[in-house]
Design a protein around this ligand. Structure first.
Ligand code: HAM
Length: 432
């Protein structure tokens, strides 16, 4: 049989990378705690109908979908939002609002593998259910900022827009939702010409088309200026005007709460997922041209799944891409790990005694590796040196008679005889 490799688009995470992934996950969990989000765990396998309901063509065509052995049509989840909305429509429907929910885990999309794009990837996902206030949208932006900063990312930028602006114009122009979705999908891919062609062929007025053309060129870091121009451009479209006002409120709350947030307002910005109804955003770093995170407001999804009308806003942070961004920025990830202690019995007769000492140390929270290769002390020491072990405990007969062992500091290349009873305290002192 030929050697196996992971399936295309799937990866192994070796210890160095697994450590960074888990580090980012732990920072996401800390963010959840600081902002009051409770963790839930949802299934990887969901009903096909649920996860395809409003994800948009882009994700729908990339589903890992199959029939299970009972003939149910199921899919591996491509995102968390549908699962959280399902819970809100069913089990959690009577919970007091607001409800803040956090999930972390793996997602599956049959995307074309390339740098930062995988078929199995990880997200940390935050959903704030039950509020349609701009403060709720602002909270999602602020917690995303907190997470990006806390993992040590630099120069990240928010790109922010509002689905209500484009949808407002397209509905007033009489476009059916389906046609709107098609145009928005093209906008998401920056295929503006194609989007405008769809809108024109659907019978939009010349004024409508000119307005759209203005929007796709309207973006900038001076939020007040972009919003002012935007307001002028959409003046005749009532729903779009409301959307611009709403975006203005959200951005002024964010600016008031956190200085120095780097935000580009982009009037022609659309996202591939179809459930958005309000503010949308993504996060980028200069080193990568793919988004590290994405989110926005979706006020009708819970209702679509049979629940109470529930305004909602959320975000998913791509853990793999945050790791990639940290690597690109050569960021020092501050992962303080307890230094390693290795225990080496000088001969086989002392294995049991050495293991017993290892167990005592572990109960005192001191990480210990046992020499399992049966090597001579000199060889085992060489190996310990190579692997950056900080302290070695050598268990020998002579010292054991005195209820003691040899403790060697590998960095200082010094060693001393230490009583077993004093070993935890001595190591703790040196380790901390
Ligand atoms: P999304 O933009 O599809 O949004 O994904 C969010 C993030 O997941 C992306 O910005 C990216 O970092 C990561 N991601 C997506 N696809 C891949 C991939 N193939 N490989 C690696 N990373 C990927 C959502 O999933 C929405 N559910 C976000 C949301 C939550 N909106 C409201 N609440």
């Amino acid at each position: 049989m030929s050697a196996f490799k992971p399936v295309r688009g799937m990866r192994d995470f070796l210890p160095e990378e697994a450590k960074i992934m888990r580090y980012i996950e732990s920072q996401a969990r800390k963010t959840a705690k600081l902002y009051g989000y409770k963790e839930i765990i949802t299934p990887v396998v969901e009903p096909y109908e649920l996860v395809t309901a409003k994800v948009g063509e882009e994700v729908r065509l990339r589903m890992y979908a199959f029939e299970d052995l009972s003939g149910r049509k199921v899919a591996l989840r491509p995102e968390f939002t549908a699962s959280v909305a399902r819970l809100m429509a069913t089990t959690l429907r009577n919970e007091p609002k607001p409800l803040r929910l956090f999930c972390v885990g793996s997602l599956y999309r049959y995307d074309e593998p390339q740098k930062g794009r995988f078929r199995e990837f990880w997200q940390s996902n935050f959903e704030l259910m039950g509020s349609d206030k701009p403060e709720a949208d602002a909270e999602i932006l602020l917690l995303t900022n907190y997470l990006m900063k806390s993992i040590g990312l630099k120069n990240y930028k928010f790109k922010v827009g509002h689905v209500g602006v484009l949808r407002g114009i397209l509905s007033q122009e009489g476009l059916a939702e389906d046609t709107q979705n098609q145009a928005m999908q093209r906008m998401d891919k920056k295929l503006y010409e194609e989007a405008i062609k769809i809108v024109r062929e659907a019978g939009a007025s010349e004024k409508g088309i000119q307005t759209l053309q203005k929007l796709v060129n309207l973006r900038g870091e001076d939020a007040a200026k972009v919003l002012e121009d935007l307001m002028k451009a959409v003046g005749d479209y009532a729903e779009a005007v409301e959307a611009v006002k709403n975006l203005g409120e959200i951005l002024s709350i964010v600016a008031g709460a956190s200085e120095g947030l780097n935000i580009t307002v982009d009037a022609g910005f659309a996202r591939g997922l179809e459930y958005y109804t309000g503010m949308i955003f993504e996060v980028y770093v200069p080193e990568l041209d793919i988004a590290l995170a994405g989110g926005g407001r979706y006020n009708r999804l819970v209702e679509l799944f049979g629940g109470e009308p529930t305004p909602a806003v959320g975000v998913a942070h791509g853990i793999d891409r945050m790791m990639l961004a940290l690597q690109e920025q050569k960021a020092e990830v501050n992962l303080r790990e307890a230094p390693l202690v290795m225990i080496i019995p000088v001969n086989e007769r002392l294995y049991t005694e050495a293991l017993r000492i290892a167990e005592i140390l572990r109960t005192k929270n001191i990480p210990v590796e046992f020499e399992v290769m049966g090597r001579k002390v000199s060889k085992a020491l060489e190996d310990a040196d190579r692997r950056g072990v900080d302290h070695v405990i050598i268990v020998g007969e002579k010292e054991l008679r005195e209820k003691a062992v040899v403790l060697r500091d590998m960095r200082k290349k010094e060693q001393a005889i230490v009583k077993i009873s004093e070993l935890p305290a001595t190591l703790k002192l040196q380790v901390s």
